[in-house]
Design a binder for this molecule. Sequence first.
Ligand SMILES: [Fe+2]
Length: 429
Amino acid sequence: MLVQRMCMLGFLLIVGIFEIDVVYGYNRPPPRQTPIIPNSDQNSHLLQQVHISAVGQNKMRISWITDIPTSAKVWYGPSPSANASSATGTTSSYRFLLYNSGQIHDVVIGPLNPNTLYYYRLGDPPSSQTYNFKTLPSQLPIKFAVVGDLGQTDWTRSTLEHVAKSNYDMLILPGDLSYADLVQDLWDSFGRLVEPLASQRPWMVTQGNHEVEKIPLIHRTPFTAYNARWRMPFEESGSSSNLYYSFDVAAVHVIMLGSYTQFDSSSPQYNWLKTDLQKVNRANTPWIVVLIHAPWYSSNTAHQGEFESVEMKASMEDLLYQARVDVVFAGHVHAYERFTRVYKDKANSCGPVHITIGDGGNREGLATKYIDPKPEISMFREASFGHGILEVVNASHAQWTWHQNDKDEAVVSDSIWLTSFSSNPSCNQ
Ligand SMILES: [Fe+2]
């Protein structure tokens, strides 16, 4: 393992002259350390890095990793014995330079009852360790935790502790998960760090630039680790890629877009998005929430003018506006910022609210410099780590709160009530 990591570090120096990430042209405050989460559990060679994700309205995908080949089988049920039902899935692995991943197991279980606590055990024979999760509500209200650019520092720990106390139903993440940045052991460490939360509530993610992990000439396939480890329910929404997909939960249509795959008007993603938006029935899902990574609106000096922000916005903003998308969450900029309803750079009462929430706690620190004067469309901006909670109360109202990590305490620093476009006749077409 040590030799492997030294080889990788040497390698990073070499590939650094190519491209892995963007260039940062601003000063960040000192980040907190990255604690490597050791593989300390005696049973962890059998199973570790458990996380779950929603599949359709009443199924759940259970994902975990073992060091050695074992059965991709999940035993589950509403009692702690977890033996009412079982399901079998698939196992995969990947190679990244000198690194060989463990056995990555994916099993979809269900149908499940809504808002119900289920217990589950993994493998065959089933593990002695029992996990549990709560299924999603079938109708409103629903509470989303929103956190971007998470990483795995002590700031990340603080954020996760705060999120865990929020009694959320589903976590949605607009990209940049582990900050492994080619060092594949850090994906394993990240999986162990988030397991206590991600094994109990569905985590739905999309990709950021730190998920690309492409090395010119040497490892040309992007998203190798991300796609293998964080499989999302893309087929169910007619998408052909794990990098963009959508799903309905309670009365919310959530769209996860890919900022680091093609998004021009002739791209598969664009055509899929157009079709997906046309299929939305606001009577069933009065809310539409979209996640991207590189923000389309930002008054922070970090990451200004990047291709993924400028060109994706130019390509897709009309689609979101015409579909009356309610909220767009982004990450990438390590700070918090909330815009008013906006379209084509101007306040527009029929445009989405754009919110940047790239402040999960990653090792790169905060983006502290803002463009002055503050644009009129920017309603609140602050460079601090934290997380957001979107509580969709009913078909017409949702409350958004931003919880700032203030000396390790979560402090509500921004709060606003949102009204859905489906309840707003003046914007209904
Ligand atoms: Fe990013």
